[in-house]
Design a protein around this ligand. Structure first.
Ligand code: ATP
Length: 258
């Protein structure tokens, strides 16, 4: 597994697309001061997921986008791609070549891709650290950093040794899992509070539901009784009307008899 080529577009001093072929045999890039050698190292660190702007010698992340020089105006995005030769299948994928790209737009939008397919940085990092990138070890030491390592505090040196021994990956995973667990514990606490609150409300709600049911039953019963009473009254009125009618017929008959 080795870095086969690097393509830089709009990254730092590289306004025009530049592809650097790093086939076996190429181990050194030389150039006059300020010609962009360190920018090439920055590009490799950046495409592999460098996060803090300082790791690529910038004060904010969008400083990596070509800011303009001479009569060239600034560009809107920086894009770096590396091609890794994977014919030994160091990365356990059925691919003999991996193209990893990172793009950053001035709007702050950023994306990673693997062989042209958008992907998350975390998946790329897991994939690469499983293959030994960052373990066996790809270490980018910029100018002045050697001193930094030699003069590092024991804790910082320990981090470098852990990275080289491949422990850092597991530490990072553990930290991630611990963070997720802590978040989950928070969620569980909130869910417990909710359950308690709902349980508190269930008793009065059950009483209210029973009352509402009883009220409905009583209303139905009242309607039935009202209908019954109205029916009885109607029947009584009909009897009275019938009696009056009969009386009237009898009266008419007796009046018409000479
Ligand atoms: P040295 O050997 O002196 O360290 P170098 O070859 O490593 O130099 P770099 O530090 O890689 O050079 O490149 C520095 C150049 O890159 C500077 O001229 C700087 O102006 C230019 N540069 C850095 N960032 C940008 C940017 N965002 N846009 C345009 N040019 C940039």
């Amino acid at each position: 597994m080795f870095l086969r080529s690097l393509t830089i577009k709009g990254f730092k001093s590289f306004a025009d697309p530049v592809t650097i072929d790093l086939s076996p045999g190429v181990s050194v890039i030389v150039g006059p001061n300020g010609s962009g050698k360190s920018n090439i190292a920055d590009a490799i660190a950046w495409v592999l997921g460098a996060q803090g702007p300082k790791t690529v010698r910038s004060s904010k992340m969008d400083d990596v986008i070509f800011a303009g020089a001479g009569n060239r105006g600034p560009l809107g995005r920086a894009e770096v791609s590396i091609v890794i030769d994977n014919s030994d299948h160091g990365v356990e994928l059925d691919l003999s070549e991996l193209t990893i790209s990172r793009t950053l737009f001035r709007s702050g939008e950023s994306e990673y891709s693997l062989n042209g397919n958008p992907c998350r940085l975390i998946d790329l990092q897991d994939l690469l650290s499983d293959a030994g990138v960052g373990r066996q070890q790809h270490v980018i030491i910029s100018q002045g950093q050697l001193d930094l390592i030699l003069n590092a505090k024991s804790e910082e040196r320990r981090e470098a040794v852990e990275e080289a021994a491949g422990i850092a990956k597991f530490k990072k995973r553990r930290e991630r899992t611990e963070r997720r667990l802590a978040a989950m514990e928070g969620d569980l606490l909130r869910a417990g509070d909710l359950v308690r609150e709902v349980k508190r409300q269930i008793r009065p709600l059950t009483q209210q539901a029973a009352k509402a049911k009883r009220q409905l039953e009583l209303r139905d019963r009242t309607t039935l009784l009202k209908r019954y009473i109205a029916g009885s009254e109607l029947r009584a009125l009909e009897s009275v009307a019938e009696a009056i009618g009969k009386e009237r017929v009898d009266d008419e008959r007796s009046n018409s008899t000479p």
